[in-house]
Design a protein around this ligand. Structure first.
Ligand code: BGC
Length: 841
């Protein structure tokens, strides 16, 4: 469900620190290709000024990332409005509040509420305890946007105040956390990433935008594109996992779906790419924790998905909670001004994460609200979500010259551009028949998405010589056991829009329908709860299993165990589910274990004892039907893991594209404790280094073979790279054959390693993927185009570069692909093998 937020308190009684004002001149985005200049005016150097100084060397002429936002027609209207605005009205555009929901039903029951109407929403200032009234602010033109205020009636109520009562009639923008569906829910983003199907993601995103706009929402706080290499981090569920290439592909797909080719079209919403930046690298996987990394890792691993989203035209970006190398992301000019606006040409607006401006005080880089405000706004945070700092602090900061009017004006321009582009001035109110329940016509699409998201982790052969899955459609006695088997609400996972639980198909419901059609019998026993310690339900569950031909166990996490504030230090099945699993396994019945989770779990025991295991994440509205379709083989599973599944939590962070070490444990059996010299290798003494199920891995009901892995050139002169960095340099190809007995889809993956560069490179990195569907016996040649984008790396100057080095390309069905082909990039000017860096900016 869309969450209600609790506000945090902090003490802000310390004296105002003297300021360091950073002025980000606005010329860059008012005229299309004008250069940006950023200058730092230091009244006195606060200890943090050094970090800000580093961020101001921005003077590049880059194209605006979103052409629509740069349109001269919009620009003219922005300037016309700006000229008429008072300081309070300007600041109002930079302020965002939610409503509590509790009182809104009274307010919105019939005629639009008025600012004076009793019961208007009150929000508590987290610092001072002051209360604000969003209705009054809207009517006074001192509120720019609202979050998680949904429903045509509610949004229209506020909008009427803004449009009809405020002096300049500037409409509000309603933003919401619509992350994987609004009323018709599709799999959580991590599950969706397992589909490796960006086209599908675009369709789903557009579908959710179409549903939500009928409820007045024109702005989604999505996609979350934070790379996540640590399964302990609960928000892994919201992103596309550990890989930057997959993450970038998914990021683009979401933006295209949400925004379409025109933000003003009905059914389009502005996207907010979040959380900028590197939030997913929270130390120890602990929520809101600090991140610290080299600039090369930042640029090479963490930034590509954000950049892809910005290049795809994302209208807004959300600044993150975390600090990066000591500077909180929500007051980080290096991220927000130098990289985002300076290098990438981002011309939308930046909204802070929820109370992130206030949290600068907790981070210890501001002793009071005024300093936090100054640091955030001058670094490039345009809109203050819920801190109640911009509206309370900016007037005085501007009046005293601590923040220049230009900074405020530029932030206001950015907000107005997005509002004008989305067409809310022309169409301020929710339009069309409001979608209030799952849409029948959308069910097929979300079911397909769920089916594509499932990852078959194990499917061992039984005594018959056949694998356990798919289950025979012939009548048989099925035992359905486990806490996730009949819990419709839990099928939604974290951040699930605004679904109605009665729309959701549980697994029990779907299997009941199926046995009714095909014959057979279904018996259900819950066995235990998700996090229970009582074993009272075990005997019934064991009895149910004993009486069956096959057991389906539905186990895993609750939706709330991942998502925001859902970090876990243990990655096993919660509560006493492992004990139940072992007790049911002891019956000797064939078991299919379905794992519901928002992250990789440790499934080591299950992998050794349970013949069939399928990761189903949180599948959404059509959960039950989708799972049944795959269990019974109507659809063959095709999902591949977007994150590595560890053997033990101590392996985290665990990811396939790791750097090599000087002591690789090659040719050693790591499942045995070391003897002698084998000890002095990069390894654990108690478990193998490898993932239990690695990135890109996933089985099918068919089999695929790979052959003829080739590259179109074995040698490329470095000078050719210089000619055109956009042109493809070579192709890697492979022939893939469906060697099984049924039509099935395979995600063909291409990985690359670069050896011999001036900086060590990952042992392999994904550089292409394609979903192909093949009939039994059918073969297809698959092509991957490799160019500078795929083959370059960030050098010691933090610039993308290529050198005369050796490359290996693998093509296969997972990150363990074993068939490869090699090529060289040669130094065209001399035969020397010392690398010549070609730095292309
Ligand atoms: C989350 C964001 C979310 C925002 C608004 C924050 O706590 O980190 O992802 O968009 O709240 O609900």
């Amino acid at each position: 469900m869309l969450r209600m937020k609790r506000l945090m308190r902090c003490d802000a009684t310390a004296p105002v620190m003297r300021h360091t004002a950073v002025l980000w001149t606005n010329a860059c985005f008012r005229s299309i290709l004008a250069a940006a200049a950023l200058c730092l005016a230091t009244a006195s150097l606060a200890p943090y000024a050094a970090a800000q100084t580093a961020a101001i060397a921005v003077n590049q002429a880059v194209s605006p990332s979103n052409a629509q936002l740069a349109s001269p027609a919009i620009e003219a209207r922005v300037e016309q409005l700006l000229r008429q605005m008072t300081l309070e009205e300007k600041i109002g555009q930079l302020v965002q509040y939610n409503d509590t929901g509790d009182v809104s039903s009274i307010q919105t029951s019939s005629a639009p509420a008025t600012a004076e109407k009793p019961g208007a929403m009150a929000v508590q200032n987290p610092t001072t305890g002051n209360r604000v009234n969003a209705m009054q602010l809207a009517a006074a033109g001192q509120l720019g946007s609202m979050l998680n205020t949904i429903g045509a009636e509610r949004t229209n109520t506020y909008q009427h105040l803004a449009v009809e009562k405020s002096r300049l009639h500037i409409p509000l923008l309603f933003g919401a956390d619509v992350i994987h569906g609004f009323r018709t829910i599709y799999p959580v983003p991590l599950g969706l990433a397992a589909s490796f199907d960006p086209k599908l993601v675009t369709e789903l995103s557009h579908m959710s935008a179409e549903e939500a706009t009928t409820a007045g929402i024109r702005w989604f706080y999505s996609p979350m594109v934070d790379i996540s290499r640590d399964a302990r981090w609960g928000r892994s569920v919201e992103g596309a996992g550990e890989d930057p290439y997959l993450g970038a592909a998914m990021a683009r797909a979401y933006i295209h779906g949400y925004q379409g080719d025109d933000l003003s079209k009905p059914g389009s919403v502005a996207a907010s790419v979040k959380h900028f930046a590197a939030y997913g690298a929270a130390e120890a996987g602990r929520e809101y924790n600090t991140t610290d990394m080299s600039e090369i890792t930042l640029r090479q691993i963490y930034l590509p998905p954000y950049q892809a989203a910005v290049e795809a035209g994302a209208a807004t970006v959300m600044s993150a909670f975390n600090s990066l190398n000591g500077v909180p992301a929500s007051a980080n000019p290096f991220l927000l001004s130098k990289i985002l606006r300076g290098e990438w040409g981002f011309n939308g607006f930046v909204v802070s994460d929820y109370t992130a401006v206030m949290e600068l005080i907790h981070h210890g880089i501001a002793l009071d609200a005024a300093t936090a405000t100054r640091k955030a706004v001058t670094a490039g945070v345009d809109v203050d979500m819920m801190s109640h700092f911009y509206d309370t602090q900016l007037p005085e900061l501007v009046r005293t010259g601590q923040v220049s009017m230009e900074v405020v004006d530029e932030a206001v321009r950015r907000v107005l551009r997005v509002k004008l582009a989305t067409g809310v001035f022309e169409h301020p109110y929710a339009e069309g028949a409001e979608v209030t329940a799952a849409v029948a016509g959308h069910r097929l699409l979300v079911r397909k998405a769920a089916e594509e998201s499932f990852v078959l982790l194990q499917n061992n052969k039984l005594g018959s010589g056949e694998p356990l899955l798919p289950l025979s459609p012939a009548s048989q006695r099925i035992a359905l056991i486990g806490p996730l088997a009949d819990d419709a609400a839990e099928m939604m996972g974290a951040w699930s829009g605004a679904p109605n639980v009665r729309d959701i198909i549980s697994l029990k419901q779907a299997l009941t329908e199926r046995v009714r059609q095909t014959g057979g019998a279904l018996r259900y026993a819950q066995g235990t709860g998700i996090a229970d310690s009582s074993q009272a339900g075990f005997p019934e569950a064991i009895q149910t299993a004993r009486a069956a031909d096959v057991v389906i166990l539905a186990m895993g996490e609750s939706g709330r165990m991942s998502g925001e504030a859902g970090s876990r230090a243990n990655l096993d099945l919660p509560g006493n589910q492992q004990q139940l699993l072992e007790a049911v396994a002891a019956t000797g019945k064939p078991i299919v274990l379905l794992v519901f989770s928002g992250r990789p779990l440790v499934l080591d025991w299950a992998a050794q004892h349970i013949p069939a295991i399928m990761e189903v994440w949180f599948p959404g509205t059509e959960a039950g039907h989708a799972i049944a379709n795959v269990l019974f083989g109507d659809v063959s599973p095709s999902g591949k893991l977007p994150m590595s599944f560890p053997r033990a939590v101590g392996q985290e962070p665990l990811y396939y594209n790791q750097f090599p070490t000087g002591r690789p444990p090659v040719g050693i059996d790591l499942s045995k404790p070391p003897t002698g010299e084998e000890r002095f290798l990069s390894r654990y003494i108690d478990i193998p280094n490898s993932a239990l199920f690695p990135f890109g891995y996933g089985l099918s009901y068919s089999n695929f073979s790979y052959r003829d892995v080739k590259v179109s050139k074995t040698s490329i002169p470095l000078s050719q790279v210089l000619v055109n960095r956009k042109a493809p340099l070579l192709e890697a190809t492979a022939t893939v054959t469906n060697t099984g007995k049924r039509m099935a889809t395979e995600v063909v993956q291409c990985y690359v390693r670069n050896l011999g560069a001036s900086i060590e490179q990952p042992v392999r990195s994904l550089k292409g993927f394609e979903r192909i569907t093949l009939a039994p016996g059918e073969s297809r040649q698959v092509h991957f185009s490799l160019g500078f984008k795929e083959l370059s790396f960030f050098n010691l100057d933090n610039s993308p570069s290529m050198e005369a080095t050796h490359y290996t390309a693998w093509i296969g069905g997972s990150s363990l692909a074993s068939q490869d082909a090699s090529f060289e990039v040669t130094n065209s000017t001399s035969a020397a093998d010392s690398p010549l860096a070609v730095i292309l900016q």
